[in-house]
Design a binder for this molecule. Structure first.
Ligand code: ATP
Ligand code: MG
Length: 303
């Protein structure tokens, strides 16, 4: 049985327990809506606007890809090519939905949250690598926001602990959201770190100010995707509060480790009006192989 088939089996088991759970299908199955959707490139280009370059005097933050590889959050060699290929397949339907060309209309489809039921399923790994992949898109740019306030792993990975961030603009209405956007030397990639951590993050995420901040993060640039790392859905209330502002939510599920009931409980916390998709992470562990670049993704269809 191939890795993908094994991953599909895993998701099928989930569905057999709960008809509203995601239906397991092969990533190569062209009948799967999200895999079959190919965005209309011309219309995507129409939809996209010219890039908004940062002001000339804004220093660009150096992204040290070698350092990210050294700490293991980015693969190298063959694994990098494999991961890149899988992310390519994963991002197509996300981009189509963001551009309003998905299988169904989704409000704020350009706001995408990477979520998981419990800690350690690969949210930060996915957010980082997906952001780097999205940044390579000609018609889009990506603003990667560290929405995991307690752990702030992305903030630390990019060495932005001392930089103002999301918490600062949420607590201080005088501060302009655009001032906490970090423009990087990787074309198409911008970052928003956590800033001064705040124990009231859930309340701040649920506030009207949060909605205004997100609108400002997007600005008038309709080609900008907002991609959020987040804390685990079942461990904190913050992720659910953050999720209310999103158009698309990707639930990362660690293969062979997260119990079905846990995944189902996480799905129950999500608003089904959003574009919800699942990624089975580390699927190749099922075959006893290196699990870099071992995603298996599908859209959550039963809405
Ligand atoms: N597909 C993968 N290939 C290789 N390493 C991975 C993969 N997915 C996750 N990891 C590694 O597993 C560990 C846990 O992943 P990660 O930190 O992304 O999980 P998380 O869901 O963000 O956890 P938390 O909820 O604690 O923030 C990290 O060391 C990460 O680099
Ligand atoms: Mg994380």
């Amino acid at each position: 049985m191939s890795i993908i088939e094994k991953a599909a089996e895993k998701l099928k088991t989930l569905q057999s327990e709960d008809p509203s759970a995601p239906e397991a299908v092969s990533a190569s199955d062209q009948t799967v809506p999200h895999v079959a959707v190919t965005p209309n490139v011309k219309r995507l280009q129409d939809w996209a606007r010219a890039p908004q370059a940062p002001a000339e005097e804004t220093p660009l933050w150096h992204v040290d890809l070698m350092a990210l590889k050294r700490v293991g959050v980015m693969p190298g060699g063959d694994a990098a090519a494999r991961l890149a290929d899988e992310l390519r397949r994963i991002k197509r339907p996300l981009l189509a939905t963001a551009a309003g060309k998905g299988t169904r209309p989704v409000e704020n489809g350009h706001r995408i949250m990477i979520a998981s039921a419990v800690p350690g399923e690969g949210k930060t790994f996915t957010a980082l690598n997906l952001a780097l992949s999205l940044a390579k898109e000609k018609d889009f740019e990506v603003l990667l926001v560290d929405g995991d306030i307690p752990k702030c792993d992305l903030t630390r990975l990019f060495k932005l602990e001392r930089h103002a961030g999301l918490m600062d603009v949420l607590t201080d209405e005088q501060r302009r959201p655009e001032d906490v956007i970090v423009h990087t030397d990787l074309p198409g990639l911008m970052l928003v770190p956590v800033g001064q951590r705040n124990p009231l993050a859930a309340e701040l995420f649920g506030s009207q100010r949060m909605e205004r901040v997100l609108q400002d993060f997007s600005g008038r640039n309709q080609r900008r995707l907002l991609l959020f790392d987040s804390p685990p859905l079942l461990a904190t209330s913050e992720a659910q509060a953050l999720g209310t502002h999103m158009g698309q939510i990707i639930l990362v599920v660690a293969a062979s480790s997260t119990p079905q009931q846990t995944v189902k409980a996480a799905i129950q916390t999500l608003d089904k009006a959003k574009g919800i998709s699942l990624i089975l992470n580390r699927a190749q562990l099922l075959a006893g192989e290196d699990y870099y670049g071992s995603y298996y993704s599908r859209y959550y269809k039963d809405r």
